[in-house]
Design a protein. Structure first.
Length: 512
């Protein structure tokens, strides 16, 4: 019996919010009956092609440069087994469980569209893996993002042979043992099934989606910490006037400016200097809607690309049951994912970069009007001096990491696969970058909250006070120097609290 809150696969494309839910934790999935019927129909075509004399790539021929090699009928089951074994050549650290779970769901969703020619037994087996929380151990490195994510998907597919390792309830076990504990028997592989499992962009897409989801969290926190910094620095809210942004015409800019207006509304700090002589604030304060709005637009555009890719059929060859044809193409080439990952990397780098500039303003008494390095007794105390240096180091690292992966094609497979996307490592680096950006925002959150406290008895707005209080639950005001790394770690946790994220979450693609 499938739970009532399960995700139904095969009936429609999964929404971004549902993909976020799959990434966030264990899910139960079910298969639409109409999708099973489509799978059966395509599988019958595959069986006919396998029995015929005409060459059909990957069904009765070898793979890649070996496509001209005909495989005798008696060896075709071995062919599908061997491709999984030989392509399980990944290295490096294991992908996180969240990535593997999302990859499994994406692979199953693709196969259920009925153009891959696999059996009902195979898709049911994948469904059971997901619902049993059985997550194959998949090395992160080894894919160039073309011909599919071959190496990581091969490791994912070892479980179909009862081989490799599976993480079950947090414990890593031999696949045969983990499957036996769940009462599962691996299906016998039929024509094309090994190839259908290995071809596809599901790993790079899952990694890029994970990067998007993490960037959304960092973005929402950065809008709030940026507003908190502006108030601590006695910045003006005039640059957020809707008339300014209407004249520019960019949707993201206008929507972000509105959030800043809402965040700053009712601040006593703002009212205390409304008639001051300062004409303009530094760019990192007054241009927040322009920078963050542009980042939001990029995130929204790339989210649409990734949502499309999540529903795409990307193995090869493709079976068309209505005509009985098998067509060989290149849907496995992950160029759309590579471009999306590169653009998300640019947005991530900018969110962290402008936040670091605000931290630099906060610690500089000439710019902030606050005590040097935000410490009441500077000299004996260094305050936030090195925290800003750490933020600068993380910004520099993200600048290096955001070099585009998509332009670094390198030929593979004896020049048969002579242009590749590099989408997989391009997407994987997003998680390193978003982790760096989250720590930059955590440092800004700490510094801005310290600045707000130094403005007492004047108070910030109600919404910003709620975010400030969420931080102060675990990180008190710094009256003197203490272990800064502990505070940064606590702030990185606090910035994920709803009191911090909720004012800006509605802007984000996967929350709409």
């Amino acid at each position: 019996m499938v739970a009532s809150d399960s995700l139904k696969l095969g009936s429609r494309a999964l929404r971004l919010s549902e993909l976020r839910r799959i990434h966030a934790g264990p899910v139960t999935v079910g298969i639409d009956p109409a999708a099973l019927a489509a799978v059966r129909e395509a599988h019958l075509v595959t069986a006919r092609l396998a029995a015929a004399d005409a060459p059909a790539y990957g069904i009765n021929t070898g793979f890649g440069l070996l496509a001209q090699t005909r495989i005798p009928p008696a060896q075709r089951t071995l062919l599908q087994r061997n491709i999984i074994l030989s392509h399980s050549s990944g290295v490096g650290p294991l992908l996180d469980d969240a990535i593997v779970r999302l990859t499994l769901v994406l692979k199953l969703s693709s196969l259920l569209q009925g153009f891959s020619g696999v059996s009902v037994e195979l898709v049911r087996f994948l469904e059971q893996l997901i619902n049993g929380g059985l997550l194959p151990c998949v090395p992160a490195q080894g894919s160039v993002g073309a011909s599919g994510d071959l190496a990581p998907l091969a490791h994912l597919s070892l479980s179909v042979l009862g081989l490799g390792l599976i993480r079950r309830q947090g414990e890593v076990l031999p696949a045969a043992e983990a499957l036996a504990q769940e009462g599962l028997t691996p299906p016998a592989l039929g024509p094309k099934e090994g190839l259908a499992l290995l071809n596809g962009t599901q790993v790079s897409t899952a990694l890029a989606l994970a990067g998007l989801f993490e960037l959304e969290t960092v973005f929402a926190a950065a809008v709030v910490s940026g507003a908190l910094s502006l108030d601590a620095l006695q910045g003006s809210d005039a640059p957020f006037d809707p008339r300014i942004h209407h004249l520019r015409g960019h949707e993201g800019q206008a929507r972000v400016a509105q959030v800043y207006r809402e965040l700053l509304a009712g601040s006593q700090i703002r009212e205390s200097h409304r008639t001051c002589e300062r004409v303009q604030d530094p760019y990192s304060l007054r241009c927040q809607p322009q920078v963050m709005g542009a980042c939001l637009d990029l995130m929204t555009q790339q989210a649409a690309t990734l949502a499309t890719e999540a529903h795409a059929v990307t193995d090869n060859p493709l079976i068309f049951p209505d005509t009985g044809e098998v067509l060989s193409g290149g849907n496995f080439h992950a160029e759309p994912v590579a471009f999306a990952a590169d653009i998300l990397a640019l947005a991530c780098a900018e969110v962290g970069s402008i936040a670091e500039r605000r931290i630099a303003l906060l610690v500089d008494p000439k710019m902030s009007g606050l005590p040097a390095f935000l410490t009441p007794d500077s000299g004996v105390n260094s305050g936030f001096m090195m925290a800003q240096v750490t933020a600068a180091a993380l910004v520099a690292e993200n600048r290096m990491l955001c070099h585009p992966a998509s332009v670094d094609s390198i030929p593979t497979s004896a020049n048969q696969e002579d242009h590749v996307s590099m989408a997989t490592h391009g997407a994987r680096r997003l998680l390193t970058m978003t982790a760096n950006a989250a720590n930059i925002i955590a440092i800004e959150f700490l510094a801005a909250a310290q600045g707000i406290d130094l403005r007492a008895p004047l108070k910030t707005s109600a919404q910003l006070a709620a975010a400030h209080s969420a931080l102060r639950l675990t990180v008190p005001f710094a009256t003197c120097d203490r272990l800064m790394a502990t505070d940064i770690e606590a702030a990185a946790v606090a910035l994920r609290r709803s009191e911090v994220l909720s004012p800006a979450q509605h802007l984000l693609p996967s929350f709409r």
